[in-house]
Design a protein around this ligand. Structure first.
Ligand code: NDP
Length: 447
């Protein structure tokens, strides 16, 4: 049977065994669609059932998270940790707190993480976790009690050689601080390397906060350069205004791009003079406010509550908010408005149809597993510093990040060329990410 047919029956089997996990199905399909040429070249991977094995998490943990809110009422949430693949190193991947979190979402994120982490070239496996807890509108005390309860179960599964979580949507340094504090208390060990994204005074690394967004900006800069285009002077639209979005905007501006719009879940702002990133940081990181607050200091900007940020004309689009936020009609609009490059700061923000639209119209497209790998790469650098009790400067760490993003770009670019699809970063990222994991798995035998 030709490999492509094998892969589609494998995809059908994944759907059958994991019913209703639509985001997980989508992530698996996207990877399997790229793997036919690699299976053709390496039939030994198929013989060893490596692709079937990689689609099955090594371990999935689901647990109750009870806690008491400020009014004395008991609340019960559900926590998850999916330890997907440890062929290259300890499970590594963030924790997401958002009401939409379910097993399918955590599995899609964990699956993506395997290939992303592999692409960094660093010794980290793939995992992801989270809870259906909504930190929005909760007091500090409530967030602390939730995080402590979450860690009271999770701690037994973690360790610097086992599983090392970090932040994601809804989990920043405040939440990680509460979780690390609880881990330390329960285990009586100051094990810095067990969590990344830590505060600078308690074992964190320079540039980790900025890393995912900076990395996405570096990646799109490399993509443009590969087509002979300079970022300088181009209009850029970024969705979201959280951790990834803010630092993508900051680095885009430093590289000469002009960020004209960004969003949150309540709408978007357009500021043709260029989004004021410091103002945005104040609103989002300090005040935890809404994007419409931006007009308070910049009355010449506009706020739009209905419609899509992708209606704003631009040459570069960076979706940095959430999964499936950019669909086919948004992609067509971007193409009609002359977009040249799209890089995913978020995980799987573009639907399959949107990606196809970009491909058919010659738009350079950087998938999240390559374009947003700067965050986890810098987490791995944080682990290196923790292991050697060292701490690097901002400049040194940023230079390492920049080099890693260049290398990831080159790896994807060269792999796509090697497999006869120049410029196809999706294929390049999937094949290069998969191959490294597959080689390690093959070396270990059936485990
Ligand atoms: P944050 O929680 O800091 O920010 C998320 C942002 O997206 C918020 O501004 C949020 O707005 C906005 N948002 C959410 N849903 C929508 C929507 N439907 N439409 C418009 N805006 C929306 O998360 P991060 O920045 O950390 O993560 C963003 C994405 O990047 C996620 O996909 C995450 O998995 C991915 N990622 C993050 C990494 C990291 O290091 N942080 C690493 C790699 C990937 P609101 O506040 O209104 O909800």
């Amino acid at each position: 049977m030709p490999p492509a047919a094998d892969l589609s029956s494998l995809e059908a089997e994944v759907v059958r065994r994991n019913p209703a996990e639509t985001e997980f199905h989508q992530a698996v399909r996207e990877v399997l669609e790229s793997l036919a040429p690699v299976v053709h070249k390496h039939p030994e991977y198929a013989d060893a059932k490596l692709i079937e094995t990689i689609c099955e998490p090594e371990r999935q943990i689901i647990f109750r998270v009870p806690w008491v809110d400020d009014s004395g009422e008991v609340q019960v949430n559900r926590g998850f940790r999916v330890e997907f693949n440890s062929a290259l190193g300890p499970y590594k991947g963030g924790i997401r707190f958002h009401p939409s979190v379910n097993l399918g979402i955590v599995k899609f994120l964990g699956f993506e993480q395997i290939f992303k982490n592999s692409l960094t070239g660093l010794p980290i496996g793939g995992g992801k976790g989270g809870a259906d807890f909504d930190p929005k509108g909760r007091s500090n005390g409530e967030v602390m009690r939730f995080c402590q309860s979450f860690m009271t179960e999770l701690y037994r599964h973690l360790g610097e050689y086992t599983d090392v979580p970090a932040g994601d949507v809804g989990v920043g340094s405040r939440e990680l601080g509460f979780m690390f504090g609880q881990y330390k208390r329960i285990t009586n060990r100051y094990e810095s390397g067990v969590i990344t994204g830590k505060g600078l005074v308690w074992g964190g690394a320079q540039v980790r906060t900025e890393a995912t967004g900076y990395g996405t900006a570096y990646f799109v800069n490399e993509m443009l350069a590969a087509t002979g285009t300079a970022l300088e002077g181009l209009d850029v639209v970024v969705s979201g205004s959280g951790n990834v979005a803010i630092y993508a905007m900051e680095k885009i501006r430093q590289l000469g791009g002009n960020v004209v719009a960004c969003s949150d879940s309540s709408g978007y702002v357009v500021d043709h003079k260029g989004i004021d990133v410091d103002l945005l940081k104040q609103i989002k990181e300090v005040e935890r406010g809404r994007i419409s607050d931006y007009l308070r200091e910049r009355p010449e900007a506009t706020f739009v509550s209905d419609g899509s940020v992708w209606d704003v004309p631009c040459e570069v689009a960076l979706p940095c908010a959430t999964q499936n936020e950019l669909d086919e009609s948004a992609a067509k609009k971007l193409v009609a408005n002359g977009v040249k490059a799209v890089a995913e700061g978020a995980n799987m923000p573009c639907t399959r149809e949107a990606v196809r639209t970009f491909r058919e119209n010659g738009v350079a497209f950087g998938p999240g597993k390559a374009a947003n790998a700067g965050g986890v790469a810098t987490s791995a650098l944080e682990m290196q510093q923790n292991a050697s009790r060292d701490s690097w400067t901002f400049e040194h760490t940023e230079e390492r990040l920049r080099q890693i993003m260049r290398d990831i770009h080159e790896t994807c670019h060269e792999t796509a060329e090697e497999y006869g699809r120049p410029g196809d970063y999706v294929l390049g990222a999937n094949i290069a990410g998969f191959t490294r994991v597959a080689e390690a798995m093959a070396a270990f035998g059936v485990v």
